[in-house]
Write a protein that binds this ligand. Structure first.
Ligand SMILES: C[S@@+](CC[C@H](N)C(=O)[O-])C[C@H]1O[C@@H](n2cnc3c(N)ncnc32)[C@H](O)[C@@H]1O
Length: 397
């Protein structure tokens, strides 16, 4: 006889992704490809990449994810009310109504579990969800970042006001249930905004950051710093980007939109010197600490808008041998791209999480004689429509 409640053996990942439908898929909208078997998701992404980017050069076969489930190392959830009960989940598509989620197929399982423990604790501490219109209540969002490599876990509890009643006891109770949490931060976000994090952090426990490892380097990550969400695929992405860069010990390299300095620091091992530029000040602080932590001396970071920075470099007549760029989904700017061509790099390596803005920017680069030699799509975001690509551009004489 089958024992009720007995743990079932874990099904192989590929089989799960091909058969299990997410019960929240319609209302959540986060995984628009989740109904498709993984092989079909890859074919669809390949076709999309070819449609958008095929006019620039041959699009190489997409790099598949070995583990298409539970890959997200950063999980955010929002607090709300349902039938007067505190719930935690995601905003329903195009609304501010919270859909409670008990399990997500792409999120890190431990992060999921921690978020539900926080919800239960919040109920027992009688904490209320923050109401943006009435400006009452406490809890807005929770963000959990995990590192598989170091085992460190960060919890950021976003409140609408600086007052977090019983925060000390709350953190003690949370750590008792989840001793694996290494830091807890209260982030205060009183703005009427769709941005998760506000500007103020208060460390409630631990160091206020976690560390992760990629390509043999250690990276410190603060709550507001950007970091790639799929660690396994990020290593593949960076390896491809660096192989495209073909660096030599005399090269001066720009790592534009550098985040916490990941690509630049990996590049510094083969280059003469590296310059990183990034707008987010917290990320730049992390990048500087990361260079020190990894004993890298041939890298410098600048907190600046990448376009303003590169324009100044171009106007000063300075030369760069290789430009590596990894802008946000909105892509780069005409000013950045024109300045990048003016500094006459041997090559430009463009890492993109949005093939539409990549296509727009490749068109501009072509105008200034930088032509696409290679494009590789990479499936950093299985089950979703999102796609990462790396493009190599060289100057045609
Ligand atoms: C896709 S992330 C890439 C970060 C990093 N290369 C990585 O792989 O982790 C884009 C980065 O660009 C930064 N950013 C956004 N707008 C910027 C701007 N105008 N100038 C410089 N950096 C910017 C963001 O803060 C973010 O860190």
């Amino acid at each position: 006889m089958k024992k009720s409640g007995a743990a079932k053996p874990a099904a192989p990942l590929r089989a799960v992704s091909e058969t299990a439908r997410c019960p929240h898929e319609k209302r959540c909208g986060g995984c628009s490809y989740s109904a498709l078997p993984y092989a079909e998701q890859l074919r669809k992404k390949q076709r999309e990449a070819e449609k958008l980017l095929g006019k620039f050069c041959k699009v190489e076969p997409i790099v598949a994810a070995p583990e298409p489930l539970h890959y997200r190392n950063k999980v955010t959830a929002s607090f709300g009310f349902q039938n007067k009960k505190l719930v935690v989940g995601v905003y329903e598509r195009d609304s501010h109504r919270v859909v409670p989620i008990d399990h997500c197929r792409i999120q890190n399982r431990t992060a999921d579990r921690i978020i539900h423990i926080i919800r239960d604790l919040a109920v027992s501490f009688r904490l209320k969800a923050y109401d943006e219109d009435l400006r009452i209540g406490t809890l807005r969002h929770v963000l959990v970042r995990t590192s598989e490599a170091t085992g460190q876990i960060m919890v950021v509890i976003v409140t609408g006001t600086p007052i977090f009643p019983g925060s000390k006891n709350f953190v003690t109770a949370l750590r008792k249930q989840c001793p694996e949490i290494t830091t807890v931060i209260q982030n205060i976000n009183p703005q009427k905004t769709s941005m998760i994090l506000g500007e103020r952090d208060k460390v409630l426990y631990g160091k206020g950051y976690i560390e992760d490892e990629l390509l043999g380097l250690t990276f410190r990550l603060s709550p507001a710093s950007f970091y790639q969400v799929n660690a396994k695929m990020t290593e593949k992405l960076y390896e491809i980007a660096l192989s495209f860069a073909q660096l030599t010990p005399n090269d001066t390299v720009l790592d534009a939109y550098c985040g916490v300095g990941t690509i630049g620091m990996a590049a510094s091992r083969s280059a003469g010197q590296v310059i990183g530029v990034e707008l987010n000040k917290a990320a730049v602080r992390d990048a500087i600490a990361n260079a020190k932590r990894n004993g890298i001396e041939n890298i410098r970071f600048f907190a600046d808008d990448a376009s303003d920075f590169l324009l100044r470099v171009a106007e000063s007549g300075e030369k760069l041998d290789v430009v590596i760029m990894d802008p946000p989904r909105s892509g780069s700017t005409e000013r950045f791209l024109q300045s990048a061509c003016k500094v006459k790099p041997k090559r430009i390596v463009y890492v993109s999480c949005n093939p539409e803005t990549l296509a727009r920017d490749l068109q501009l680069l072509k105008r200034w004689n930088y032509h696409c030699e290679r494009i590789v799509p990479i499936d950093n975001f299985p089950l979703t429509e999102h796609l990462e690509c790396v493009a190599l551009l060289e100057k045609k004489s």
